[in-house]
Ligand binder design. Structure first.
Ligand SMILES: CC(C)(COP(=O)(O)OP(=O)(O)OC[C@H]1O[C@@H](n2cnc3c(N)ncnc32)[C@H](O)[C@@H]1OP(=O)(O)O)[C@@H](O)C(=O)NCCC(=O)NCCS
Length: 224
């Protein structure tokens, strides 16, 4: 497993010290995004979207995603399913400093591994490189892990009863932020294609085993 040595300073690892490959998602990932978001529980949907999002709301949200303007990131498991994803919505108004809103979700079984925090750091690198001056997160005040991520990054928190808004001012882009983005994207691409090859191989192997089993069963039946 790749370890964190000599990489740009913004590029952090998970709780075991392994690098987490974070892929920028494209329109062809819509069906995987849909599967990820629809598998969130009702409470997680409420935490993620700030309202009780039903399946139709989620489908409309996915249809409206702008992959050209925004950045959408995914962390894939070895079956190439999205276990964690984040959406950095860029708000660029001519003549005004750009800002961005961050939203994230991690499947329940994969929480506590640092995925949420790493996705936020990944989004911060991109936002800096896009000359965004501030990132905004809207969270419910009960959402301890999200508030922890925002607080640890140095964001200013404004609590208003059951809701909390977090604002993180970003430093200007520099050589380090640009090199980091290139390195992490390249690493994620390589990791994804290795997973694709491995998945193809295991799918092939399970087909071969199915055929073998079929042949064995029919031999057994004809011998009876
Ligand atoms: C919020 C969410 C994305 C966090 O994802 P995650 O991958 O579990 O987060 P991380 O593992 O990176 O943990 C982040 C921090 O929260 C802490 N944390 C985790 N669970 C916690 C809890 N129940 N209470 C307090 N802190 C907690 C972690 O220890 C970590 O802090 P550390 O870096 O100091 O150790 C995830 O819980 C989720 O998908 N929730 C539903 C959707 C949602 O709430 N989205 C956010 C609104 S946009």
């Amino acid at each position: 497993m790749l370890r964190l040595t000599g990489l740009p300073q913004d590029f952090k690892a998970d709780t075991q010290g392994a690098l987490i490959p974070i892929c920028p998602l494209a329109p062809e990932h819509r069906s995987k995004i849909k599967r990820h978001l629809l598998s969130l529980s009702a409470h997680d949907r409420y935490l993620r979207f700030g309202y009780a999002a039903n399946d139709a709301h989620i489908e409309r949200y996915i249809d409206a995603l702008s992959f050209e303007r925004d950045e959408i990131y995914g962390i894939f498991n070895r079956h190439l399913q999205i276990v964690a994803m984040a959406h950095l919505a860029l708000m660029q108004t001519p003549g005004r400093p750009s800002s961005a809103e961050f939203g994230v979700s991690v499947l329940a079984y994969a929480r506590g591994r640092g995925y949420g925090a790493r996705l936020f750091e990944r989004a911060v690198i991109h936002a800096r490189n896009e000359k965004v001056s501030e990132i905004y997160i809207h969270a419910l005040s009960e959402n301890a892990p999200m508030i922890r991520i925002a607080r640890k990054s140095g964001a200013t928190l404004e609590r208003d009863g059951s809701e909390t808004d977090a604002y993180l001012r970003l430093p200007k882009r520099d050589l380090d932020s640009r090199v980091t983005e290139l390195v992490v994207d390249q690493y994620a691409k390589v990791n994804y294609s290795i997973k694709e090859d491995a998945k193809r191989f295991w799918d092939f192997l399970s087909k071969v085993q199915e055929i073998r089993q079929g042949v064995r069963t029919s031999r057994h039946q004809s011998a009876e």
